[in-house]
Design a protein around this ligand. Structure first.
Ligand SMILES: Cc1cc2nc3c(=O)[nH]c(=O)nc-3n(C[C@H](O)[C@H](O)[C@H](O)COP(=O)(O)OP(=O)(O)OC[C@H]3O[C@@H](n4cnc5c(N)ncnc54)[C@H](O)[C@@H]3O)c2cc1C
Length: 451
């Protein structure tokens, strides 16, 4: 059997050990999706059952009457989709608005914001009229300035959102933030974006899998693709440990959990980075009042290595950040101490709220800092979507719908901004790309300190 070429240690891809996330503990017991058993023919085969793969499957089945075959190395939602922070809001790119305007123009920035708005609306629709019970919380997200100079820039950011996204944001002083019910040490005010809400990402992924299956998709868990080839006749052959699939069309939806040789075209075109999350025990009423944190809105700060946090429906705090370049037992321990240190510095009244859950996962970046939705190299009937830069709850769901339209040959009339159609360039020296991260973390960490 061929080896999958992956850039992190095996632990990061170990599908046998539980992730250890809070979300796992909230999931009802359901039967596992069975492994593929034998050979199959399929109109469309999809590799990976996160939001991208599941949304593609759902829309192909529901809107185009196809019966896509989905294979997942673990179980649906095992990757980033079942272990993220559950912020469903704007996102998808790390490239700033002014750089997007320089490279693609104002119209494309507007189209990208339209896509982000539609993406959030799509998740809202799937969780309400689609019947996915994903514990959606109150609307709105806060962006908090981590220093005075970031605070001075907020009105300009809000003006950009008004002009290009058509969204009115309220800029808030530190005192007004306290009145909103979010007080943290060292924050210099922020703004409120009306879009966005928090949800339970594991339940959302499970709900997408259920909807896709009900619509006619076939899903196999515990079925890693070991190789994929385009045959001279234009079909795709996928080898798995327990069977082989021959498909007319192919979607690769493995995102941050991809392998550099599945297919070869992906080598170096994606950069998975590790993000860590802790969840505390439920806060007491007194702790919430003393800290001044009562809002259920999702929140993050303006650091390059941003902190993201929210008060969950059962009064636990979720707090996340980036910062390690590997996932090993040692790096998990180091990061557990560091994340706790940063959490307590921002929210000192919560010092006694112990950490009950700590886990990590791979967020996917690209060299151009923009997401991709399109063809895989010169393979004529194969497509992929990846690189949502920590903003994939909405954007991966949206990209899945776009890919379904492309694969069905009848694209949705939703915006596909040209920035999302740029083929991602490979990062030089792809095998070394993870090792450049400590330097980047130090650089951005120092900038966040204002030095
Ligand atoms: C810790 C963390 C916090 C985050 N927080 C947020 C947030 O709050 N809001 C937000 O919008 N985004 C967030 N993100 C990002 C978001 O989770 C992702 O962008 C999104 O889930 C991507 O979905 P996906 O389906 O493309 O990829 P994934 O969910 O990673 O799915 C890829 C799947 O492919 C499978 N796979 C890989 N290779 C193979 C193979 N060879 N054969 C079969 N299957 C394979 C994997 O097992 C995996 O399940 C976060 C990510 C992390 C890691």
């Amino acid at each position: 059997m061929p080896n999958l070429h992956r850039i992190y240690d095996a632990h990061a891809y170990d599908t046998q050990t539980p992730v250890g996330s809070y979300w796992e503990a909230t999931m009802p017991a359901t039967p596992a999706f069975p492994a593929l058993d034998g050979d199959r023919r399929a109109g469309v085969a999809i590799i990976g059952a996160g939001y991208t793969g599941l949304s593609t499957a759902l829309h192909l089945a529901r809107d185009y009457g196809e019966a896509p075959l989905v294979i997942e190395a673990a179980q649906p939602g095992w990757g980033a989709s079942g272990r993220n922070a559950g912020f469903c809001g704007f996102g998808g790119a790390k490239l700033g608005d002014s750089a997007i305007i320089r490279r693609f123009g104002e119209n494309d920035l507007r189209a990208f914001y339209s896509a982000q708005k539609e993406a959030v609306a799509l998740v809202r629709d799937l969780t309400s009229s689609g019947g996915i019970e994903a514990e959606a919380q109150v609307d709105g997200e806060y962006c908090l300035a981590h220093n005075a100079s970031a605070a001075r820039a907020l009105p300009e950011v809000a003006e950009g959102l008004r002009r290009y996204a058509g969204v009115e944001c309220s800029v808030l002083s530190a005192q007004e933030m306290q009145q909103e019910g979010l007080h943290g040490d060292g924050f210099h005010g922020g703004f409120l974006l009306p879009q966005g809400f928090g949800l339970n990402p594991g339940k959302y992924a499970a709900g997408l899998a259920r909807l896709a299956q009900q619509a006619g998709a076939v899903i196999h868990g515990s079925t890693p693709a070991l190789s994929v080839q385009e045959e001279p006749g234009g079909t795709y052959i996928i080898e798995t440990p327990t069977g082989r699939i021959q498909a007319d069309r192919l979607i690769v939806a493995s995102n941050g959990y991809s392998s550099d040789n599945l297919p070869d075209w992906l080598r170096g075109r994606y950069l998975p980075v590790v993000s860590h999350i802790i969840v505390t025990r439920p806060l007491t009423e007194l702790e919430k009042q003393t800290q001044g944190w009562t809002t259920r809105r999702i929140a993050y700060d303006t650091r390059n290595l941003l902190h993201y946090f929210r008060l969950l429906p059962d009064d636990r705090v979720l707090f996340g950040m980036r910062g390690t370049s590997n996932i090993t037992a040692g790096s998990m321990q180091r990061m557990r101490r560091q994340i706790r240190h940063e959490f307590e510095a921002l929210f000192p009244a919560l010092i006694c709220a112990e950490t009950e859950f700590h886990w990590s996962g791979l967020v996917c970046l690209t060299r151009g800092l923009i997401p991709y939705a399109g063809q895989i190299g010169n393979w004529r009937r194969a497509w992929t979507g990846f690189g949502y830069h920590g903003g994939g709850v909405a954007m991966a769901t949206y990209t899945g719908r776009l890919l379904a339209g492309i694969a069905a040959g009848k694209p949705y009339k939703s915006p596909l901004p040209s920035l999302m159609q740029q083929r991602p360039a490979a990062i030089p020296f792809p095998r070394l790309r993870r090792h450049s991260l400590p330097l980047a973390y130090t650089f951005y960490g120092v900038r966040d300190l204002g030095w």
